[in-house]
Design a protein around this ligand. Structure first.
Ligand SMILES: Nc1ncnc2c1ncn2[C@@H]1O[C@H](COP(=O)(O)OP(=O)(O)OP(=O)(O)O)[C@@H](O)[C@H]1O
Ligand SMILES: C[C@@](O)(CCOP(=O)(O)O)CC(=O)O
Length: 450
């Protein structure tokens, strides 16, 4: 057993799907995904109880937001149903967080049934503190122009989590990944689980994918969880059929089914492909994001685009194939450091994304975002940009020269843009980053841990 009285801190990065939105839902195509410097941090620590008192409780807090505390009791369900968690009242209210709740029951089940069969009483009471870098939400003013304050890495938001405006950096995938890794590292000895090994990362990936899909209530491509675990990568999805027959936590047989799925002993279950080799940005080039402060509900857009593809298989098939070629070409341009070809490689992709949008009646690159991207592409030092992922009004991604002059010009461009058009466009502090999940030193969280 690790010394579970020492807190364990883990962080996982956010994501940007630079190329391959929609296509990546189909295993015939791949996506180019970048991890981001904005991370979700989770710190697991033991809850001290008076001698002789044993609590079966896990408390999860997100101290940057109002009313963001979730308390859970847990017990082993009959018929190998694994760990069932039950949310407890905090004051008068029950404020649900399906991502936290599902990640807890999946991780606790894995911990207690894994190869080394920890006796269930070793799941001692613990507190998990979630700290999210500011750029996940629009309200933060940490990167306002002219801000001379020392930026506060973890802002206090004046709202509860539900009312915070997301920027679309994949908070739920980074949260489920960091929470799962923190629990596994906290309760299991490093000989059984170590996120610094390939085996540990694979275990974490499989467990976090399963929990994230269950919490979302749908099986997406999973590129966001892959980025949270592995960082920047080329991604080919897993077959969705892998997850469809998994029982719910607490239902008979959940525990052995989860273990079989996660451990995948013969390597025959997970057909996901995650390659880090050859995924990079040219030296001196970085990826930045501009938030337009009005995130998109992507579910309807995805349904509509896929409905068009089903209705027009031939036309859509050709478009999907050409777009895949262009996406791969952009990956090559970046990997080979051909900065002079970035503008045309990205423009070629945007052209087909707009065609996909027009044909299917889905605002993947809406006109307002086209105008913003075109204006930004004129700024000296900016190569080009895309509306990433499912598109719409999530933050746009830019490929830019990594220097202060360019940063200043981009800030000025978006300030003028906002003033002229009445919107609130903002260059986020976040940058593309290669690294995935990692352990953190506790010193980074001074003032936040009780
Ligand atoms: N700081 C946090 N503390 C606790 N839970 C969080 C936190 N941030 C996100 N979550 C959980 O994740 C949910 C948001 O997930 P959702 O998938 O809607 O957004 P996202 O992953 O950030 O966006 P996108 O998929 O568009 O990139 C919240 O409702 C909450 O359950
Ligand atoms: C449309 C889709 O391909 C990408 C969605 O990306 P994002 O959450 O908008 O970054 C869906 C998916 O991959 O699960």
């Amino acid at each position: 057993m690790p010394n579970s009285s020492t807190p364990t801190a883990i962080s996982a990065p956010g994501k940007v799907l630079l190329a391959g939105g929609y296509l990546v839902l189909d295993r015939n195509y791949t996506a180019l995904v970048f991890g981001l410097s904005a991370r979700i941090n989770v710190i697991a620590q033991k809850i001290e109880t008076s001698e002789g008192v044993q609590l079966s409780e896990i408390v999860v807090i997100s101290p940057q937001f109002l009313e963001s505390q979730w308390r859970y009791g847990y017990h082993l369900a009959a018929a190998e149903g694994g760990f069932k968690v039950t949310q407890l009242h905090v004051g008068q209210t029950i404020n649900q967080n399906p991502f936290v709740e599902t990640a807890l029951s999946y991780a606790l089940t894995y911990i207690s049934y894994s190869a080394h069969h920890l006796p269930t009483h070793t799941i001692t009471a613990s507190q998990l503190t979630i700290l999210a870098d500011n750029d996940y939400y629009s309200q933060s003013d940490s990167s306002q122009p002219g801000d001379k304050k020392i930026p506060n890495r973890f802002a206090k938001f004046p709202t509860n989590l539900k009312d915070a405006h997301k920027t679309g950096l994949g908070s739920s995938a980074a949260l489920v990944t960091a929470l799962t890794a923190a629990l596994l590292s906290h309760y299991l000895p490093p000989t059984v689980f170590d996120i610094n090994t390939l085996h540990g990362k694979r275990t974490l990936h499989n467990l976090a994918q399963a929990a994230h899909c269950a919490a979302q209530g749908k099986i997406g491509s999973g590129f966001d969880v892959a980025a949270a675990v592995y960082g920047s990568c080329r991604y080919r999805r897993f077959s969705p059929s892998i997850l469809v027959s998994l029982p719910e936590p607490g239902a008979p047989g959940f525990a052995p089914a989860l273990l079989k799925l996660v451990d995948d002993k013969e390597g025959k279950i997970w057909d996901v492909e995650i390659e880090k080799e050859g995924v990079r940005l040219p030296p001196g080039v970085t990826l930045r994001m501009c938030d337009v402060d009005c995130g998109t509900q992507t579910v309807g857009m995805v349904k509509q685009a896929l409905a068009w593809r089903a209705a027009q298989p031939e036309k859509a098939g050709k478009l999907w194939d050409s777009l895949q070629e262009r996406n791969v070409a952009l990956g090559n341009v970046l990997a080979e450091g051909n900065t002079e070809q970035i503008v045309s490689a990205v423009s070629a992709i945007r052209e087909l994304i707009r065609a996909m949008g027009t044909e299917s009646g889905t605002p993947i690159e809406p006109e307002a975002q086209t105008a913003l991207l075109d204006a930004l592409a004129e700024v000296e030092g900016v190569y080009n940009g895309v509306v990433p992922g499912a598109g719409g009004f999530d933050a746009v991604a830019l490929l830019v020269k990594d220097d202060e002059g360019t940063e200043g010009r981009v800030k000025e461009c978006v300030r003028n843009w906002g003033e002229e058009r009445g919107g609130r466009v903002r260059l986020l502090g976040v940058k593309g980053e290669m690294e995935g999940v990692r352990r953190e030193e506790l010193g980074s969280y001074e003032g936040w841990l009780a």
